[in-house]
Ligand binder design. Structure first.
Ligand code: ATP
Ligand code: MG
Ligand code: FE
Length: 348
């Protein structure tokens, strides 16, 4: 069947249509501009934007795929983690559609969606694979097996800030526009990554090999900017951005490749909004190549939040024979990533 995926966990309203692992069409609307003057996502503004965007986004996805409402055979929706009000808008819409169409509903973990996004570009994930998930709110190294059935093993997570959060907060200190990640990436183009020696947190021999920490790096970057300001000197923005990006990309890819080596895994998948970063992408490819590991990074449009990735998980669940979610299912704003779905398929 055609699976409609709905995503509304943060400031993107996404709808995607997937059948048998193939992306048929998708559309995304973002309320990012409405949050810009506050320097971060305002939950109530995000929720209201989902209310007005959801129906048009679903229509656009259908039109793009050349499909009609009655072609939808199942609905998958993000139930968490994310902003409570934002999630509830998407879930209410998904329940309404599933009920009206008489098709099953599946509750999907947002981060599993980020992982599954790559399957729409590169095909089924090898079992096992190491996944580096780097987004606005999360930074984790995972050992992923069968997304529809198996628990997801956390090799390590960030102990404090997520990598995307580090980019967003440092960008603010640098005076760059919101959202900070893409702004840092653009500013870094003309900079020298070796101009500032920013720290590489938790990379010492005694440190947890797969844990991350970005708050110290954030502070180091803020202090570097502050020192220029005190001296009344112009901030060498491009160099600062390039050096920060280099530090983040270095730590992320070093640990991810080490995890592949130690666990004897031949594929590294890098997903989430920060996988859109040009240096993270380039360094992941380079270090994987050196280590004889196959790198998989989805195209930019599938890295940041979208509905196609949620449909991709729904499609895996449908094909694995998962039990649908009841219509009284609730959102879980702080859902831990244990399984890809609310109702994974039981292992025989
Ligand atoms: P989560 O998935 O953890 O719930 P989220 O959904 O808000 O968080 P994503 O949409 O996956 O996050 O990613 C957004 C993050 O990605 C932001 O922190 C943003 O700055 C960052 N980002 C996007 N593009 C780039 C880029 N080119 N370079 C660095 N960071 C980027
Ligand atoms: Mg967003
Ligand atoms: Fe996300």
């Amino acid at each position: 069947p055609v699976v409609l995926g709905i995503e509304s966990s943060c400031d993107e309203t996404g709808a995607g249509l997937v059948r048998d692992g193939q992306l048929l069409g998708h559309a995304v609307a973002s309320s990012m501009d409405e949050h810009a003057r506050f320097g971060g996502v305002v939950p109530e503004i995000a929720a209201r934007a989902h209310v007005s965007s959801l129906t048009p986004v679903v229509s656009r996805a259908l039109t793009g795929a050349g499909l009609r409402m009655r072609d939808i055979g199942a609905v998958a929706v993000t139930t968490g983690p994310g902003l409570s009000g934002a999630l509830q808008v998407g879930l209410a819409g998904a329940k309404g559609l599933a009920y009206a169409l008489g098709v099953p509903l599946y509750g999907v973990h947002h981060l599993a969606g980020h992982v599954a996004a790559d399957t729409l570009e590169h095909g089924p994930l090898p079992d096992p694979c190491v996944v580096l998930i780097v987004s606005g709110g999360h930074t984790s190294l995972l050992l992923v097996r069968d997304l529809a059935r198996d628990p997801i093993l956390h090799l390590g997570d960030t102990l404090d800030d997520a990598a995307g959060e580090c980019f967003d907060k440092v960008a603010r200190v640098f005076g760059l526009p919101y959202p900070g990640g893409p702004a840092i990436d653009r500013a870094a183009c003309t900079g020298d990554p070796g101009a500032v020696a920013f720290p590489r947190p938790l990379t010492g021999p005694r440190d947890a090999p797969y844990a991350f920490s970005f708050s110290g790096l954030k502070t180091a970057a803020a202090r570097w900017a502050e020192q220029h300001r005190i001296r009344g000197a112009r901030l060498p923005l491009a160099d600062g951005a390039a050096a920060l990006q280099e530090a983040v990309a270095d730590v992320l890819t070093r640990k991810a490749v080490a995890a592949c080596r130690v666990y004897g895994v031949g594929t590294l998948v890098v997903v989430g909004g920060v996988a859109a970063n040009s240096r993270v992408r380039a360094l992941a490819e380079e270090r994987c190549r050196e280590a004889g590991i196959t790198p998989r990074v989805p195209p930019l449009r599938l890295c940041t939040d979208n509905g196609a990735m949620i449909a991709a998980v729904g499609d895996l669940l449908v094909r694995a024979g998962a039990r649908p979610a009841p219509l009284d299912v609730s959102v879980d704003p702080s859902a831990p990533l244990e399984y890809a779905a609310l109702h994974p398929v039981a292992r025989a």
